[in-house]
Design a binder for this molecule. Structure first.
Ligand SMILES: Nc1ncnc2c1ncn2[C@@H]1O[C@H](COP(=O)(O)OP(=O)(O)OP(=O)(O)O)[C@@H](O)[C@H]1O
Ligand SMILES: [Mg+2]
Length: 292
């Protein structure tokens, strides 16, 4: 069973979106969106097998600069596996990842982050024993000149001030930013990971179910962060089960089923009901007939 909620959409049927797309300016609701650029991320035949489990099979995917694409699919469809292969949390079984114009083989998630991919994982990868501020700036610590000697020292004051600003953007209430992560709720942890994304500009942001553990107010704030990324022309992959959210925020929806792509839909040309049909297997686009 899936926990998808169907939501509003245009009345026309689904249409295949050219992966290299020709649109320049997109309009969703009242919002005029900046033009899309060239391809920032492409995967070819991306595959991950865990022993006999074919979690991801031959994923061909492409994302343009400025584009916000949702990945939807039932539980176990391979969405997080897809993210883990791009960000090198695991090593892929086969296939290619082309990022920012070159094939990449990251050694691990930090390597991917250094290359410009900021990821909010489904289970946030935070350092449990560190506080919020340390987690936010992990690997990117701010320093200042130490007037007592020739070395730079950590600028805790600036990092704490920036942490407060970043957390305010997510709307989450955390009693103290000196609290270590291990004492926080799932939603609070998620907000720390999102705050990190909102603080550092990256070439690509990936969010794997960022609002699944959040309340209504925090969800609205995180959706505002996503809109800000859109306005700034920063590309996003958003994994979500929330149809309303995806329809509101994204340009395109890619559907995964049993580890395979089965649809590539432009949001303005599709309806929640259609997306649901692709997710459940009632429909498959002709070019993905292998997934049927
Ligand atoms: N380390 C692993 N070892 C074996 N099987 C795994 C491993 N990680 C994931 N899988 C399997 O791969 C498949 C895809 O899992 P994945 O986590 O990518 O699904 P998902 O689409 O993100 O689901 P959800 O919506 O529940 O987050 C599932 O069948 C899962 O059980
Ligand atoms: Mg997942």
């Amino acid at each position: 069973m899936t926990d998808l909620q169907t939501g509003p959409g245009a009345q026309t049927g689904p249409q295949t979106v050219q992966q290299t797309g020709q649109q320049t300016v997109q309009q969703t609701g009242q919002q005029t969106r900046p033009p899309l650029g060239d391809v920032i991320l492409e995967t070819r035949d991306l595959t991950k097998h865990y022993g006999g489990v074919h979690a991801l099979e031959g994923a061909n995917f492409s994302l343009r600069r400025g584009e916000h694409v949702a990945i939807m699919g039932d539980h176990g469809a391979g969405k997080s596996t897809f993210v883990r292969q791009i960000t090198a949390v695991e090593q892929r079984t086969r296939g290619e990842v082309i990022f920012d114009g070159r094939p990449v083989n990251f050694e691990g998630p930090l390597d991917a982050r250094e290359a410009g991919i900021e990821t909010v994982f489904q289970t946030p990868a935070l350092a449990d024993h560190l506080d919020v501020s340390d987690n936010l700036f992990l690997g990117r610590e701010r320093t200042m000149w130490n007037w007592l000697g020739p070395f730079r020292r950590l600028d805790y004051k600036a990092m704490r001030a920036d942490t407060m600003t970043a957390l305010q953007k997510t709307g989450v209430k955390i009693p103290s930013i000196r609290n270590t992560i291990e004492n926080m709720s799932g939603g609070q942890r998620q907000c720390v990971a999102i705050a990190r994304t909102a603080t550092f500009h990256s070439k690509l942001t990936i969010m794997d179910e960022p609002t699944a553990a959040l309340g209504v107010q925090e969800t609205a704030q995180v959706e505002n962060i996503i809109r800000t990324l859109k306005e700034a022309g920063e590309p996003l992959i958003l994994i979500s089960h929330n149809m309303r959210q995806v329809m509101d925020l994204c340009d395109r929806i890619v559907v995964f089923r049993q580890g395979r792509n089965c649809a590539n839909l432009r949001v303005e040309d599709t309806t929640g009901g259609d997306v649901f049909a692709y997710i459940t297997g009632a429909k498959t686009q002709a070019e993905y007939a292998d997934a049927a």
